[in-house]
Design a protein around this ligand. Structure first.
Ligand SMILES: Cc1ncc(COP(=O)(O)O)c(C=O)c1O
Length: 438
């Protein structure tokens, strides 16, 4: 396969990485930051739709920092909110008024958000939801799906290894751990299934409903490709959970505030019992929310389920979240994000055809995925084996060499501050990159 020519200078990043490796494990603070080409890069600053690395290279950003920067980098309104409120205090070991205002906003926008708690990240909020589900139902296991990412903690670090030889059959999948060091027998906590196959979930619920406290799903599978739910799949999960007294948990860490202010639950009109919001909630400030119906969340209200955290609801985080939502509430914002996303998907498909490349573009608009595959669509994790990984990576690298940054697994996010000219530029660069791959 053709290699992409090195055009950018990354020498300062390379030097910093060597220095960093001496004190930070692997030179990074999150595993995913290792994966770049030619190596992990160091960034200097970001503004609007652009990010600048330490070597002075400028990138048009479609990573949105793995999703959070939905109103762009350094949005003046968000920064103003944070600065003003931080001057009043940072953390009180007690309540403050803006927390209520933020909760009232989520309550207004998100169908299932009758009661909520704020946490620091998606991973811990997920664990809170599982705890509530177990406490309310008196059952122990949860059903989860292959290729869905629910954070990096022990009981969810499974099902992310794409290895058809070891994964078992669709009907009888094996749970494959994602990391060493997981507590023994924690795989007793869940049953793993392929996604988008309602019949399989029905069959499993019929057999195991006595022990199933919850079904947890990303409403759109954004961690392996960008795969939309099959017609009726989410509603089917809803019905099964209602029938068998299990919690339906939507992990909206990616879909939240991206598919609209009400998340995927509003977009698809399927209301879960519990859901988790994080990433796009607060423009890069660490805050997440576990939200749910009163009949579930009252267990936290009454202290039967403990949820805590020293840093929860720190002033800057709440102010950043309010600032971000206020920007997103501006009339027409999501319509514009969707329209830009469709323009990008159409344009990428057009240049793929013009260059004779098998680039497969899938998604909803606000988020979309590109990879090279000789199939019409990819519908679950196992089908992502269709992607030619080395070529997909070379495309992403080629885009980055030309100043366009996409998430390393081929995911693109659109922000409220992208404009048509940015989209058209990305399409033009995609064509150049596809030609180089020819
Ligand atoms: C769908 C989903 N759930 C949960 C998480 C974990 O969130 P965090 O990284 O904030 O712990 C992620 C992170 O990428 C995610 O994409």
């Amino acid at each position: 396969m053709k290699q992409i020519k090195l055009q950018l200078n990354h020498s300062k990043s390379a030097e910093l990485l060597e220095r960093s490796k001496k004190v930070l494990a692997g030179g990074v603070s999150s595993e995913f930051r290792k994966f770049n080409h030619p190596h992990a890069l160091f960034y200097d600053h970001s503004e609007g739709v652009y990010t600048y690395d330490v070597d002075g290279n400028k990138y048009l950003d479609f990573t949105l920092s793995q999703g959070p920067m939905i109103v762009g980098h350094s949005h003046p309104h968000v920064l103003k909110r944070v600065h003003e409120y931080s001057e009043k205090g940072q953390l009180f070991a007690g309540q403050h008024i803006l927390e209520i205002e933020l909760a009232e906003k989520l309550n207004k926008h998100i169908p299932s958000a009758e009661l909520m708690r704020f946490c620091l990240d998606g991973s811990t909020a997920i664990q809170t939801a599982l705890r509530v589900a177990r406490a309310k139902t008196g059952k122990n296991k949860f059903i989860r799906f292959e290729g869905h990412y629910h954070g990096w903690l022990d009981n969810v670090s499974w099902g992310l290894t794409l290895d058809l030889e070891r994964m078992g059959t669709k009907e009888n999948p094996n749970s494959l751990p994602w990391t060493d060091g997981i507590a023994n027998e924690i795989d007793n906590e869940f049953i793993i299934l392929p996604w988008n196959d309602l019949e399989l979930v029905k069959k499993t619920m019929l057999e195991y409903h006595n022990v199933i406290a919850a079904i947890i799903t990303e409403p759109i599978m954004c961690n392996s490709g960008c795969i939309l739910p099959e017609e009726g799949f989410l509603q089917g999960l809803r019905d099964l959970c209602t029938t068998y007294n299990s919690a339906l948990i939507f992990d909206e860490v990616i879909t939240g505030f991206r598919t609209g202010l009400g998340g995927a639950q509003k977009y698809y009109d399927v209301t879960p019992d519990l859901s988790i919001f994080a990433k796009a909630l607060a423009s890069g400030y660490p805050i997440s929310a576990i939200v749910g119906k009163k009949e579930w969340m009252h267990l936290i209200a009454e202290g039967k389920v403990i949820h805590a955290g020293t840093m929860n609801s720190a002033c800057a985080l709440i102010a950043a979240a309010l600032g971000t939502i206020e920007v997103l509430e501006e009339e027409g914002t999501h319509e514009r994000i969707f329209a830009l996303g469709h323009r990008l998907m159409d344009g990428l498909r057009r240049v793929a055809e013009e260059t004779g490349q098998n680039l497969l573009v899938q998604g909803l608009g606000p988020m979309l995925h590109t990879g090279f595959a000789n199939v019409k669509s990819v519908k679950d994790f196992r089908e992502t084996t269709a992607y030619e990984q080395p070529k997909s990576k070379m495309f992403i690298y080629g885009m980055q060499q030309r100043g366009i940054r996409i998430i390393g697994r081929g995911l693109w996010y659109i922000s409220a501050v992208h404009e048509e000219k940015h989209i058209d530029h990305a399409i033009k660069i995609a064509k150049e990159t596809l030609l180089e791959l020819n």
